[in-house]
Structures are given as C-alpha cells and as structure tokens.
Design a protein around this ligand. Structure first.
Ligand code: TXA
Ligand code: MG
Length: 303
C-alpha cells in the first residue's frame, strides 16, 4: 500500500491502477471511497461514481424528478437510486443484481480528476471495513485497510465528513434511504413530500442498524458523566466529570460537528475509556444525518 498526496502524477497513476483492476482509495467531499470493489456482504450494492449527469444517463433512467435533483445537487453529496438501463454495461455485481442502481457525481476536485482520467465509472463504497466508521482522513484508510489497497490518494480531511444522502427515485414516491449533507428540507423543497428514513432502511440492503460502530459502547443525549467515559461535546456548555472531552462544535455549528464526527469517534475509541458519551444534537438540517449515524453507532451490534 502507498499513501501519496493527490498531485496530478499520483492521480494519473491511480487511474492506471483502476483501469488494471486494482483497488484505489480516494477523497470525496463526503468520506474517502474505495474504488472498484471490497470484501463485504454480496447483498450490499455499491454506489457508482460518475463525473456528471451526462455519464450517468448512459446506465440509469432519469425521469423529470431525477433530472431536477441531479441538476440542483450534482456534483455534490447526493446519491440517486434509479432504474437501471437495460443496455447497461456495468457489472451486475456492482448492484448485486438489483434492477436499480445507486449513482452519484462527487464534487471533490480529486474525485472529479480521477473519474475523468480513468474514463470509466468507479464503483466505490466508503473505504472502511464493513460495519465500521467511514474514513474522513487518508490515515484512517491506511490504518484499516493497509495492504488490501494498492494506492491511497491523500487530500487531507474530507470537507463534509458524513456519507452522501441516498434518495430512492426508482418508485412512485421518493424515499430518503440515508440522510446526509443534502438535507430532507432541501429535497422536500425541490420534490415535495418524501418518505422519511426508517421506512427505507429495509430497502437499502446494506444499511444494518449497527453500521458506523466504534468498538466502545456509545451513549446518546448525555447530560451526566459515568465513570471513565469520554465525551463528545456540542454547544458552549459541557457537563463536568468526563475522562476526556472533544468538542464536535463549541459554537453549535452542525456543519462543523458533521466534519468532526467520525474522526473524533475514532480518536476516543480507546480501551482506556469505558464508553463514549455524546451530548444532544438538534434534529434538523444536517443534525438529522449526524443523529442517524450516532443512533447506528449506539445500536446493538448485528455483525
Ligand atoms: O458519500 C458516500 O456515499 C460514500 C462516498 C465514497 O461516495 N460512499 C458510501 O458508500 O457511503 P457505501 O457503500 O458505504 O454506502 C452506500 C449505501 C449503502 O447503504 C447501500 O445499501 C446503498 O447506498 N445502496 C447502494 N445501491 C443501492 C440500491 N441499488 N438500492 C438501494 N440502496 C443502495
Ligand atoms: Mg459505508
């Protein structure tokens, strides 16, 4: 495994490796992705990354709603689940044989350059082991995947820090399968009423309740310390008595908290603490996505 700064020569080398069928980790505006394929349950389909709408239309059917969503939010942190095109040349493996495909056009300049240089769509899950927290820094990928990946393109911490919003537009009614940086409020503003997550969890086959889980137990909506716990604080006032404390956002900025969340969970996930406590996060806008990941991190383990 090699970890290199995402300079133009490194991107060219990464594209050559991808074309040769190797695995390459690369930054997107959400989290680092693992290009091509990875060891995970076969029922868990992968998001296909493309430069934009023109390339996506080659293998997915865009109706008026899908075209409006892509026009409004691509390139950006929105994944669309759409009917596959019959003549699609994409491997059936990439979508686990479903009649839908999940697609997104990432906004990150390195991801865009890599897609254009590779000249093919890149199927990429988040670059973590199944069930673990997604990587927001190149070092997270190196720590977790090591020699299973040929090359890691390093462009520092990912700006958004949470995985993309997944919106299912393959059926009659739009359904939010995974909340993310494109908020439910923004999507409703564009498309009208949208079925909330929860109803969608079963439809998104990879979304086990216990995804995004650190090793330590997680306790949510915390106001009082328990012995040995580490705290993720939010807002100006943190309760006393914790063994360690990191501030998701002292000013109560949800975007800052989202960008910090996974890296701080990793930093606190140490055997010297008894658990990780998290202060309440408001359930609106980006807070919905943060709370979704926190609830999954706190859920009983299913794997
Ligand atoms: O931000 C992101 O989306 C990152 C970056 C690398 O792009 N990728 C990512 O991929 O989070 P992954 O594989 O960790 O999560 C993809 C989610 C899974 O929950 C999967 O079940 C869902 O998208 N998904 C993929 N294809 C689907 C399909 N055809 N129908 C329903 N859900 C699908
Ligand atoms: Mg993932």
């Amino acid at each position: 495994m090699t970890l290199v700064p995402a300079a133009p020569e490194a991107i060219a080398r990464a594209a050559a490796l991808l074309r040769a069928g190797r695995l390459v980790a690369f930054p997107t505006e959400t989290v680092y992705g693992l290009g091509r394929a990875k060891g995970r349950p076969r029922f868990n389909p992968l998001i296909v990354h493309v430069p934009g709408l023109a390339e996506a239309e080659a293998f997915a059917v865009f109706d008026d709603r899908a075209r409006r969503a892509a026009t409004a939010f691509w390139p950006g942190p929105l994944t669309l689940v759409l009917p596959r095109r019959g003549e699609s040349r994409l491997s059936l493996l990439a979508s686990a044989g479903l009649d839908t495909v999940a697609i997104r056009a990432p906004a990150h300049s390195v991801a865009q350059a890599l897609l254009r240089e590779t000249g093919r769509p890149i199927a990429a899950p988040s670059a973590n082991r199944s069930g673990r927290v997604s990587p927001t820094e190149a070092e997270h990928v190196a720590d977790e995947l090591g020699d299973d990946v040929a090359l890691i393109l390093d462009d520092g911490p990912t700006p958004l820090g949470l995985e993309s919003t997944v919106l299912d537009l393959s059926g009659e009614a739009p359904a939010l399968l995974r909340p993310g940086a494109v908020t439910l409020e923004q999507l409703t503003g564009l498309l009208g009423p949208i079925a909330a997550p929860g109803s969608g969890v079963a439809k998104s086959p990879g979304m086990l309740a216990s995804h995004y889980a650190p090793s330590l137990p997680i306790r949510l909506d915390v106001i009082d310390a328990r012995p040995g716990e580490a705290l993720l604080a939010y807002g100006p006032d943190a309760p006393p008595g914790f063994a360690e404390m990191l501030w998701l956002s002292r000013s109560g900025d949800l975007a800052e908290a989202a960008a910090n969340l996974f890296a701080m969970l990793r930093r606190l996930d140490q055997p010297s603490f008894s658990g990780i406590a998290v202060m309440p996060i408001p359930e609106h806008g980006l807070g919905r996505a943060i709370n979704d990941r926190l609830r999954r991190a706190a859920a009983p383990r299913e794997y």
